[in-house]
Design a protein around this ligand. Structure first.
Ligand SMILES: [Zn+2]
Length: 80
């Protein structure tokens, strides 16, 4: 299992307030109603919340992929 906190911590920076304190939550949109409504398969997301101002961003696990891929994406976004 990917340790998302470790991946995002120190890389992700809040676009609103610039804080690097984060809270990680994982969401799976697998609810029957939702899936039917959107005609989606089950999509999973990593939610990164700024611990200072509460701003939250969602990243698709499908796109982030594995740990190495996710690291590349985060370095691309935040240029560390
Ligand atoms: Zn913030």
């Amino acid at each position: 299992m990917t340790d998302w906190y470790r991946l995002f911590k120190g890389r992700w920076k809040c676009p609103k307030c610039g804080s690097q304190d984060i809270i990680i939550n994982e969401h799976a949109l697998t609810g029957a109603g939702f899936t039917r409504l959107m005609n989606w398969q089950s999509y999973e997301y990593v939610a990164v919340t700024c611990a200072r101002c509460g701003y939250t961003e969602f990243y698709s696990k499908q796109v982030l992929g594995g740990e190495r891929e996710a690291m590349k994406i985060l370095d691309l976004l935040f240029g560390s």
